[in-house]
Design a protein around this ligand. Structure first.
Ligand code: 2P0
Length: 352
């Protein structure tokens, strides 16, 4: 008997131009395009195994060894249904001799190899790995961009984890979401000198989830409208050029400005949302000063900070600066020394 099983993994991504806001909450269509760097490190990945079998009575899912409910009509169910539909459309309808495994239920087991304590969102790598493993199971002859259309319906940011390197999620304009997918801006090998440092400021669970926070922002923030119309379109063009030119100064300026504006629209939400804490803000001050001294001495920017929906810092920098940045952080945050690994863990310079 044939065993229908496949395993795939996908990494975490960190946005430089932030996704924050949906124009369609069911299809997960964003109010602006976004751009991220995929952290292609072995220890920041989700790995997912899928199996289809005629004896399975229903679709089932295990996350880190614990079974989770697959809610009817929910995000996981939508991704599985869409993948089965693609299998039928792209393989079984075109090649009648292929086994009709789209009719079988699936069992899916997914593991994150990074601790939840790292404070990293696992939904991006998780849904990207789920879709990738089903694509392998079903032998789908489709592009990563096509798969990103489905991963997007699991979690918006997941669509960007279908590619390595530098990735744009084009917001699109179609109401059915058919043009809202991820595209590669440049592969990882294009700019190997750019590294990322993750500073775990706190592993507390965040107060406001991204999904509900961003909808409140859409409903109440006047600043978001300015961001959507006037700010992000230009930044998407400018940061893509900075990446293609390997222009770290421009990359850093745009990345920090967009992190700042994302947190500004969170604060502009009613009631306001605060994601950064005092340590996050002190790290910003440290990076600003680090860059100021370099520029004053005739050099360029040396590092760029960015913060997602939580207090943890991600610092992008050329590889040669990573050691100095770690030393600076250790020097200025000695109160964290005893807890350095757990509370303020630095996940080395990610080899991008
Ligand atoms: C991003 N974030 O671009 C932004 C920056 C958080 C801050 O994508 O509702 O978990 O599942 O589509 O993808 C977090 O949003 O939200 C996010 P859903 P998701 O990375």
């Amino acid at each position: 008997m044939t065993l229908y099983q496949a395993t795939a993994s996908a990494p975490v991504n960190i946005a430089c131009i932030k996704y924050w806001g949906k124009r369609d909450t069911k299809l997960i269509l964003p109010t602006n395009s976004s751009l991220s760097v995929t952290l292609d490190q072995d220890h920041l990945r989700s790995t997912t195994t899928s199996r289809a079998d005629p004896s399975f009575e229903r679709d089932r899912l295990w996350l880190n060894g614990k079974e989770e409910d697959i809610k009817a009509g929910g995000r996981t169910a939508t991704c599985i249904t869409e993948m089965k539909r693609l299998r039928k459309q792209e393989v079984e309808d075109k090649q009648p001799n292929e086994p009709k495994i789209s009719e079988y239920s699936v069992h899916i087991a997914s593991f994150n190899n990074f601790p939840t304590a790292a404070g990293l969102a696992s939904s991006a790598s998780g849904f990207a790995a789920l879709v990738s493993s089903l694509a392998q199971l079903y032998h789908l002859p489709v592009s990563p961009s096509t798969l990103s259309l489905i991963a997007r319906q699991g979690s918006g940011s997941a669509c960007r984890s279908l590619f390595g390197g530098f990735v744009a999620w084009e917001m699109g304009s179609a109401s059915d979401g058919s043009d809202s997918y991820a595209v590669e801006v440049a592969p990882q090998a294009h700019w190997p000198d750019l590294h990322a440092l993750i500073c775990v400021v706190s592993d507390d669970k965040k107060g406001t989830s991204s999904t509900s926070g961003m909808q409140r922002t859409v409903e109440t923030s006047p600043l978001l409208q300015h961001r959507i119309k006037e700010v992000v379109p230009k930044r998407m063009k400018d940061i893509s050029k900075a990446i293609l030119d390997k222009d770290f100064d421009s990359f850093a300026r745009i990345t920090m400005a967009d992190s700042n504006q994302f947190h500004a629209v969170a604060l502009d939400t009613e009631p306001p949302i605060f994601y950064m804490n005092d340590v996050s803000k002190s790290i910003i001050a440290l990076i600003v000063e680090y860059n100021r001294v370099s520029v004053a001495n005739g050099g360029g920017y040396k590092a760029a900070y960015t913060y997602d929906a939580g207090p943890n810092a991600v610092i992008y920098a050329p590889k040669e600066n990573i050691k100095e940045i770690i030393q600076l952080i250790v020097k200025y945050f000695p109160q964290h020394e005893g807890l350095f690994k757990d509370v303020f863990g630095l996940f080395g310079g990610a080899d991008l």
